[in-house]
Design a protein around this ligand. Structure first.
Ligand code: HEM
Length: 272
């Protein structure tokens, strides 16, 4: 069964709306026979330009709707669905508004930024479609804090067991407990920590397996579990970091687009 997500919201309501809008714009554009060269300056051009500007304002308003927790203005899911489909439709509306005429000017800058924001939106869409399930699977329904508590439990148990063993094992257990999730931002992006103390300790204990005591074996098993939990946390943080980075591109680009749009509209009316 297809998974229900924001793309299929209310039986693809906004997909249908966007397709209808796109078809209407294409029909109007093809049938239009302006007395001057087609472009932003014809009646249809003004109409498409107004529609495009309204769409951009609506897409920007999503940021406010997301944070208006008490709003009665439709669900955030519905807004996101509309955001994605109408955002994609905007690419065609803006292209027809420009009538495929581009140059080195503020008008084309506004157009280019529109396309760049839309393209960045696709990247976000893929992240949002794939990540929620992957992220909750990684944490097994637990919160990051609960996983952290489980690690502390493992460390306490290992410390207790190691107290019955030699100083070397105690040092290894202490070293592993200090292991950082990541020690650089680059590691957050890749999700790997090559200098992971727990992995080092595991390798060391693997070599020491000649000890073979009950405590030693239990510590080894617990360290193995610790390493698995750390890997899950690392993957979770990696996915969350990429989502944050994406928003750090999408939102400032949207603001830049708003500025360029204002400049475009002002310049059009100034030179009119
Ligand atoms: C000119 C076009 C667009 C503008 C101005 C725009 C603007 C925005 C803004 C302001 C936000 C809210 C971010 C926040 O405050 O957290 C947002 C979120 C988002 N946008 Fe866009 N966007 C555009 C097009 C698109 C397109 C075409 C897509 C997908 C194909 C898309 C996908 C998303 C997604 C997935 C989010 C995140 C939703 C969330 O955090 O829950 N955007 N966009």
């Amino acid at each position: 069964m297809a998974q229900d997500n924001f793309m299929s919201f209310r039986r693809h309501r906004y997909l249908k709306l966007a397709v209808g809008l796109v078809c209407l714009c294409i029909v109007l554009y093809v049938r239009d026979t302006p007395p001057v060269k087609p472009g932003g300056g014809t009646w249809l051009g003004y109409g498409l330009g107004t529609l495009g500007a309204l769409l951009i304002l609506f897409l920007l308003a999503f940021g406010m709707r997301k944070r208006a927790y008490n709003s009665q203005l439709g669900s955030v899911r519905g807004w996101l669905s509309a955001h994605v489909y109408l955002g994609i439709a905007l690419a065609l509306v803006a292209t027809l508004h420009a009538a495929f005429e581009f140059g080195w000017n503020i008008h084309t800058l506004a157009y280019a930024l529109t396309i760049v924001v839309i393209l960045s939106g696709f990247w976000g869409m893929v992240l949002y479609l794939r990540q929620p399930t992957r992220m909750s699977n990684l944490l097994d329904g637990l919160t990051l804090q609960q996983i952290g508590e489980k690690l502390t439990e493992i460390d306490d148990r290992c410390k207790m067991l190691a107290a019955k063993l030699d100083a070397k094992t105690q040092a290894l257990v202490a070293e592993s407990a200090k292991c950082q999730i990541f020690s650089s931002y680059w590691q957050r992006l890749t999700g790997h920590n090559r200098s992971c103390a727990t992995k080092r300790v595991l390798a060391q204990m693997g070599m020491d397996s000649s000890q073979g005591s009950k405590e030693h074996n239990e510590i080894y098993t617990l360290q193995l579990r610790r390493s698995q939990q750390l890997n899950r946390i690392r993957e979770f943080v990696r996915l969350r970091t990429w989502t944050e980075i994406w928003l750090l591109c999408h939102v400032p680009l949207s603001i830049a687009l708003l500025m360029a749009l204002i400049a475009h509209i002002v310049s059009v009316f100034f030179y009119w």
